[in-house]
Design a protein around this ligand. Sequence first.
Ligand SMILES: Cc1cc2nc3c(=O)[nH]c(=O)nc-3n(C[C@H](O)[C@H](O)[C@H](O)COP(=O)(O)O)c2cc1C
Length: 239
Amino acid sequence: DINLGCPARKVVAEPTPAGAGLLRYPERVEAIIKAVVRAVDKPVTVKIRAGWDSSSINYLLIGRIAEGSGASAITLHPRTRAQGFSGRADWSMIARLKESVSIPVIGNGDVFSPEDAVRMMRETGCDAVMIARGALGNPWIFSRTLRYLESGELPPEPTVEERFETLLELMRLMIKFKGEERAALEIRKHAGWFVKGLPNAKQLRVKAQQIRSYSELESLLKGYLLTTPTPGGATASPR
Ligand SMILES: Cc1cc2nc3c(=O)[nH]c(=O)nc-3n(C[C@H](O)[C@H](O)[C@H](O)COP(=O)(O)O)c2cc1C
């Protein structure tokens, strides 16, 4: 996947702009996609933003270039680089891109629930949906969305216990890759996302910011389950 969407300053910086910075140089985009398509035997996909800024919206041009250069699919996050993550993703652009190319179009931007994903597909005609921020602390969004798409039935949200078990599993995996010290620092932000919406989430999040080891996270979560009433009224019990 060729990234023509990253808005980070150091990534888009001249004289060697990458990410969304390349949207200002359509001829370079064409050369890059063609070169990659020639060089690999895997499908090459491209991910773009709407354009550099509101006065240079060019996703339709870039979309046609991508298709003409051999890309197999294109993802559109319909915000400009200048917008960053502000405002709302303009899904009507996804619909217009879908009408103007024949390769699959993957819609992206502001999908935070299975219902959002279905609405995006219905409103834009896109072939698939890409979810980013909606998956932070919420990896269930993928299976729940798939089930919802396939059956029309909205699966239940994960239980508190499931959330905590998955958070602990994530930390175990991080420890394998990065060691416990590094993992303890990085798990803090994930903990904040995983507890979003739970009763007393704020307190839990504050405590999670001080986690220094796996066992500290484990006892924090166990303590929470023992002492915090669940939305149903009963105290959640650890398995
Ligand atoms: C933490 C984070 C990391 C991201 N990394 C990438 C990346 O490596 N490549 C990419 O194309 N987009 C990346 N994005 C952008 C997302 O793919 C997506 O375009 C954007 O977040 C809008 O979708 P959303 O509303 O579902 O979050 C990243 C987004 C976030 C929040």
